[in-house]
Design a protein around this ligand. Structure first.
Ligand SMILES: Cc1ncc(COP(=O)(O)O)c(C=O)c1O
Length: 429
């Protein structure tokens, strides 16, 4: 039996409250400069590489605070969970506008634990998007459930509620127990429509907010909308640790307590195990680092939004880039902002004609770019047992052929952005 709590209650409780490289796709190394190593100024690197992401610039600006936080934890000799993690959890919950946050080992574990804690049973169908990072769907399999892929809205790349509604009402998706929307690239899925569907069909909603810390839908932040939400603090995310880390947020205190047990061997007290749980604890050094960074997230997200606006202006000034899909003649389509969404631009993603050739052209000029994601999940070999075939989810398949993410991080300079746009313009000239 799946516990069901009204989403409207959650939404109204939170009403006052106010993406990326995947592990395999990093454009810069994680090796950090030694204290004596001068950090190259972005202007000097201009004729050199423009990476997708440069973590060294952020580290340089925070270095004394980060090192002090690490020293504090080392000196405390309390390395796992403890006060550092509990304080971070309170701070994250307050930031997201949720009642509670529960730290865990990764965003992948956060999704899996959320599915278990909300009562998803083996064999339960769980609807998600085929156009996401693998973990959005593998977490469903790991919970013993069955992913059901529904196509995306071509403008936002997120689950398309209209198609989903048709499929649910036609009885195409039967016995579904949960909805797992992903807020891809830092923009929330249409949570009004998805929440309404969840209420109609009695579905648990688990937000995959891995790429969306600080994003919002109609003034409610990602993490405070569904029954539970999963965040990742993987080093490339908008709020990032120096290792793996994640958390689950929820407005249900009982669910939060259950999650705290599940992440720690199912144990409410030392050596007492009333149910099975696992080791998915957050360590105190990562929590301390995240606590240094959390106060900066609003500013970093604002800078990302600014960089996105700058790209838009530069592309339009160069005569490139239709602002909406289907505009003829333009070789690229700029990212679409849903007016109800506060987009935090984890990634700035365009659709591009001759995408792979453009990507090579950029790489030849040492400009980073990435394809998130080149193979939609329903066509991945490991999901062949689900029986999907090419053509089943045409919008996800088209997106996989057309999307290209350009360099995006708060410290990216306007000079670097101009160079990126110049090179794109040169390619299409
Ligand atoms: C959409 C999405 N879901 C889940 C995850 C998994 O997070 P993690 O890498 O922390 O396990 C990621 C990030 O890698 C992601 O981008």
């Amino acid at each position: 039996m799946i516990p069901h709590v009204g989403l409207r209650e959650f939404a109204s409780a939170a009403a006052g409250a106010r993406v990326e490289p995947d592990p395999s796709n990093l454009m810069v190394e994680f090796r950090l400069p030694a204290r004596s190593t001068p950090i190259p100024s972005p202007a000097k690197t201009l004729t050199q590489a423009i990476p997708m992401l440069d973590l060294a610039r952020q580290y340089h600006s925070l270095r004394p605070d980060i090192l002090a936080a690490v020293e504090r934890v080392c000196a405390s000799t309390h390395y796992i969970l403890g006060e550092e993690v509990a304080t971070l959890e309170r701070e994250l919950a307050a930031y997201a506008g949720a009642a509670a946050a529960v730290g865990c080992a990764s965003g992948t574990d956060a999704l899996w634990l959320a599915l278990l804690a909300t009562g998803i049973q083996p064999g339960d169908p769980v609807i998600t998007t085929p156009f996401s990072f693998f973990a959005s769907a593998s977490a469903i399999v790991r919970a013993g459930a069955r992913p059901v892929f529904a196509d995306i809205d071509p403008r936002t790349f997120n689950l398309d509620p209209a198609r989903l509604a048709t499929n649910l009402r036609d009885g195409q998706h039967q016995r579904v127990s949960a909805l797992l929307p992903v807020h891809l690239y830092g923009q929330c899925a249409d949570m009004s429509a998805l929440t309404a569907l969840a209420e109609e069909f009695k579905l648990v909603v688990i937000e995959d907010a891995a790429q969306a810390i600080g994003a919002a839908w109609k003034n409610t932040r990602a993490g405070a909308i569904g029954h539970a939400a999963a965040f990742s603090f993987y080093p490339t995310k908008n709020l990032s640790a120096y290792g793996d880390a994640g958390c689950i947020t929820t407005n249900d205190p009982a669910l939060a307590d259950h999650l705290r047990r599940l992440r720690n061997h199912g144990s409410p007290r030392r050596y007492v195990h009333e149910e099975f749980g696992w080791n998915s604890r957050l360590d105190a050094i990562q929590a301390a680092i995240l606590r240094v960074k959390l106060p900066h997230i609003e500013n970093w997200n604002a800078q990302r939004r600014q960089r996105a606006a700058t790209y838009d202006q530069l592309f339009l000034a160069a005569g490139l880039g239709a602002a909406s899909l289907g505009t003829t003649g333009s070789p690229i389509t700029l990212p679409w902002r849903d007016p109800n969404a506060h987009h935090v631009f984890h990634q700035y993603v365009i659709r591009a004609k001759r995408r792979d050739k453009l990507r090579q052209f950029l790489a030849d000029r040492q400009i980073g770019s990435e394809v998130y994601y080149p193979i939609p999940l329903h066509l991945q070999t490991c999901f062949a047992y689900l029986g999907y075939r090419e053509g089943d989810l045409p919008e996800a398949e088209r997106a996989a052929r057309e999307v290209l993410a350009l360099p995006m991080f708060p410290e990216l300079t306007e000079e670097e952005q101009k160079r990126v746009v110049e090179v794109v313009a040169e390619f299409y000239s």
